[in-house]
Design a protein around this ligand. Structure first.
Ligand code: CMC
Length: 383
C-alpha cells in the first residue's frame, strides 16, 4: 500500500517547518516579506508607530478598526478595572523558585488565572472579549510582580490613570519613567503586538480551534514564544552584546561564531527577505537610549554586526535585534525581555483567538509518515 494513499495527493508532503503554507484566513494582520510591509487590520505599522498607542492598537486588533474617542476611553477604563490579580495567583507566584525563568513563571501564572475567572469558559464574542481584556491588563501586572517578588520586593499596585506602558515601567521600578522613555516603550508594545501566523499565534489558534478556553490558548502561546528561535532571541542578543563587550571585538567574534556554524541571534526571518519594518523603529530607539544614557557601545556593536552579517550572509536584523539593548538601557533585566514581548503580543494572540472562535473549524493537519509498517508484535520475553 502506498504510504500516502489515504491522503489527498496535493497535501501528502509539506515543506519543512510549514514554510510558505497558508494555514488560516485572517484579517488581523499581514506580513509582506518581500517588500518589508507589516499591517494590522489594514493599517501600516509605520503609521501606528508614529501616531498610535498600545491601547488604541489593541482596540484595532480586536475590532478591526480604530476606536472613536469614547470607545478608546471605555477600553482604557475596562483595562484599568481588570488589572487586579487574584490573591491566590499572587500567592502562587510567591512560591515559584527565585531562580525560575520569568517566562516559565508567567506561563504557570497565566494558566492559574483561569481558576479564578468564573467566566473563563465563556467563548461567546462578548465573553471572549472580556477575557481578552482581563488577560491584556493582567499580563503586565503579572510580569512586573514576578520581577518584584523574585527580588524579594513587594509588587507595586498599578495606577489606574496611567497607560499600560507607563504603568508597567512604574510597577517594575516603583518610580515613574520619563515621558520619553514611556513613549518609546509604548511604541515598542505597538510594534510587537501582532505578526500574523508566527509560531506562538499559530499555537494559540490550534488550541482555540479545539474550543478550549482562552487561558489555555494563551498559556500555550507563552510556551511557544519562550524559545530562542522565537521571542527568546531578544534576551540572547543582549547576552551576545555583553559577551562581545566592545565594537572592536565584533568582527572577530562574528567570524568565530559563523565559522562554528552558530546561528546569530536577532538575524534572519522565515518571512522577511528584506528589512523587518519594526527593526527600523527599534534601531532608532536603541540609538536614542544609548545616547541618552551615555552608553553607545551596544548600539555600535549592533551596527558593526549588522554590516558584517549583511556582507557575509545577506541576512537582515529582525524585531529581536535592537529591542533588547533599548530595554537594557531602561534598566530592565535581560530575562524580562521575552515576557515584555508577551505583554504586547497578548493583544495579537487574543485577536486571533477571537477570530478563531468566531469562525471555528478544528485545526487538524496530517503528517507524512516516515516510519515502518506491518511490524509484528513480539512478546516482551522474546525481544
Ligand atoms: N545566523 C546565521 N545564519 C542564519 C541565521 C542566523 N541568525 N538565520 C538564518 N541563517 C541561515 C541558515 O543557516 C540557513 O543557511 P543554509 O541555507 O546555508 O543552511 C539559511 O540562513 C536559512 O535559515 P533557516 O534556519 O532555514 O531559516 P528559518 O526560516 O527556518 O528560520 C529563524 C528563521 C528566525 C528561526 C532563523 O533565521 C534564526 O534562527 N534566527 C536566529 C534566532 C532569531 O533571531 N529568532 C527571532 C525570529 S524573529 C522574531 C520572533 O519570531 O520572535
Amino acid at each position: 500500500m502506498d504510504k500516502a494513499e489515504n491522503k489527498p495527493a496535493a497535501t501528502a508532503k509539506s515543506p519543512a517547518g510549514l514554510e510558505g503554507v497558508v494555514a488560516a484566513e485572517s484579517s488581523v494582520g499581514d506580513v509582506d516579506g518581500i517588500r518589508g510591509v507589516l499591517i494590522y487590520q489594514g493599517l501600516n505599522i509605520h503609521d501606528l508607530a508614529e501616531h498610535s498607542t498600545f491601547e488604541e492598537t489593541v482596540f484595532l486588533l480586536w475590532h478591526g478598526r480604530l476606536p472613536k474617542r469614547e470607545e478608546l476611553d471605555a477600553l482604557r477604563r475596562e483595562l484599568a478595572a481588570s488589572q487586579g490579580l487574584p490573591e491566590e495567583v499572587l500567592a502562587l507566584v510567591r512560591r515559584i523558585p527565585r531562580d525560575a525563568e520569568p517566562m516559565d513563571s508567567l506561563r504557570t501564572a497565566v494558566s492559574a488565572l483561569a481558576f479564578y475567572d468564573p467566566r473563563s469558559r465563556d467563548l461567546s464574542r462578548e465573553g471572549a472579549l472580556r477575557t481578552a481584556t482581563r488577560l491584556t491588563a493582567q499580563l503586565s501586572v503579572l510580569v512586573a510582580s514576578i520581577e518584584r517578588l523574585r527580588k524579594g520586593e513587594e509588587p507595586v499596585e498599578p495606577k489606574p490613570e496611567l497607560n499600560l506602558a507607563t504603568n508597567f515601567l512604574y510597577m517594575l521600578k516603583g518610580e515613574m519613567p520619563s515621558e520619553r522613555v514611556a513613549r518609546i516603550f509604548d511604541v515598542c508594545l505597538v510594534l510587537h503586538a501582532d505578526h500574523e501566523l508566527n509560531a506562538s499565534t499559530f499555537t494559540a489558534r490550534v488550541i482555540a480551534g479545539t474550543l478550549a478556553g482562552m487561558y489555555g490558548a494563551v498559556t500555550g502561546a507563552i510556551a511557544a514564544l519562550s524559545g530562542p528561535l522565537h521571542g527568546g532571541a531578544n534576551t540572547n542578543v543582549m547576552k551576545m552584546l555583553l559577551e562581545i563587550g566592545s565594537p572592536e571585538r565584533a568582527e572577530e567574534w562574528l567570524r568565530d561564531a559563523l565559522a562554528s556554524k552558530k546561528k546569530i541571534m536577532g538575524f534572519g526571518h522565515r518571512v522577511y527577505k528584506t528589512e523587518d519594518p519594526r527593526s527600523v523603529w527599534l534601531r532608532r530607539f536603541s540609538k536614542e537610549m544609548g545616547e541618552a544614557r551615555g552608553e553607545t557601545r551596544w548600539f555600535e556593536i549592533l551596527e558593526r554586526l549588522r554590516e558584517l552579517m549583511f556582507r557575509e550572509k545577506k541576512l537582515y536584523p529582525n524585531v529581536d535585534y535592537y529591542s533588547g539593548s533599548a530595554y537594557y538601557l531602561m534598566g530592565v533585566p535581560l530575562d524580562l525581555f521575552t515576557p515584555i514581548f508577551a505583554v504586547s503580543r497578548i493583544s495579537g494572540w487574543t485577536a486571533h483567538i477571537l477570530e478563531q472562535y468566531a469562525n471555528n473549524r478544528l485545526i487538524r493537519p496530517r503528517a507524512e509518515y516516515t516510519g515502518a509498517r506491518d511490524v509484528p508484535y513480539v512478546p516482551i520475553d522474546e525481544r
